[in-house]
Ligand binder design. Structure first.
Ligand code: PGA
Length: 238
């Protein structure tokens, strides 16, 4: 548990930086949303100080809204360009994210899985967590999908995402996300959570049983997961 959001971001950046120094060709799985912004800011500082270099790193983002164009400032593609890929000098051909506007969704999802496989699989996957316990956009339900797929977002997720949009009608209802299997195959996972809204999801993830009703709880079955939380997100762990 970390004191606050800033120390969480610094600790997370220290872990990612360490893995990249050990293996400059690390395959990194990346997340969007408000939680990893501090991590990205700290990593960009490290790049500017010459402490790490992303020139050989390959990245795969967890998810993207659907349908959405890359040029749309609300797309995760746009978010990544602005907050990380460009300032961290990640070569564009090495930065991947699901296509939010494909002609053929199934083919595009299959192709994304294949790209991850051909890159050698994900070494370190960064995750945020939804207030409902989702990871990527794998929403709570009876079943979870293993591979990259198209998903209808839950009411809770649509409500949580609405803070980024001016009009309720503009909030995307669907997304393309890596599946639980894609995530679980990562060799190492770093889950980040900050703020009081994440308290319940973190308690159920760490202390509850494994349940598709709390997708993040399945991470308990993964051999190498670090959960970094600030004091507020840890409030029900004591
Ligand atoms: P947030 O989103 O970082 O914006 O809270 C996390 C998530 O929904 O996975």
């Amino acid at each position: 548990m970390l004191r606050d959001y800033q120390s969480l971001s610094e600790q997370a950046a220290a872990l990612v930086g360490d893995r990249i120094r050990r293996n400059p060709a690390t395959v990194l799985g990346l997340a969007t949303g408000s939680t990893p912004l501090g991590l990205y800011r700290e990593l960009v500082k490290m790049v500017r100080r010459g402490v790490i270099d992303f020139g050989e790193v390959v990245t795969f983002n967890l998810d993207e809204y659907y349908p959405i164009a890359k040029e749309n400032p609300q797309s995760y593609y746009y978010y990544m360009q602005r907050h990380f890929w460009e300032p961290a000098a990640i070569p564009p051909e090495r930065a991947h994210i699901p296509d939010g506007n494909p002609d053929d969704v199934r083919a595009s999802c299959r192709d994304y899985e294949l790209k991850i496989y051909r890159a050698g699989g994900i070494d370190l996957q960064i995750l945020g967590i939804g207030v409902n316990g989702h990871i990527g956009f794998n929403e709570p339900g009876e079943e979870l999908m293993a591979k990259t797929h198209l998903v209808s977002l839950s009411g809770e997720t649509i409500a949580a995402n609405s803070r980024f949009f001016e009009k309720a009608a503009d909030v995307p209802r669907m997304a393309i996300t890596m599946g639980l299997g894609t995530i679980m195959k990562a060799r190492e996972i770093l889950l980040l959570a900050a703020g009081p809204d994440k308290g319940t999801a973190i308690r159920e993830t760490v202390k509850g049983g494994l349940s598709t009703r709390v997708p993040a709880s399945l991470l308990q079955a993964h051999p190498r997961v670090t959960v970094m939380v600030d004091r507020e997100a840890a409030r029900y762990l004591r």
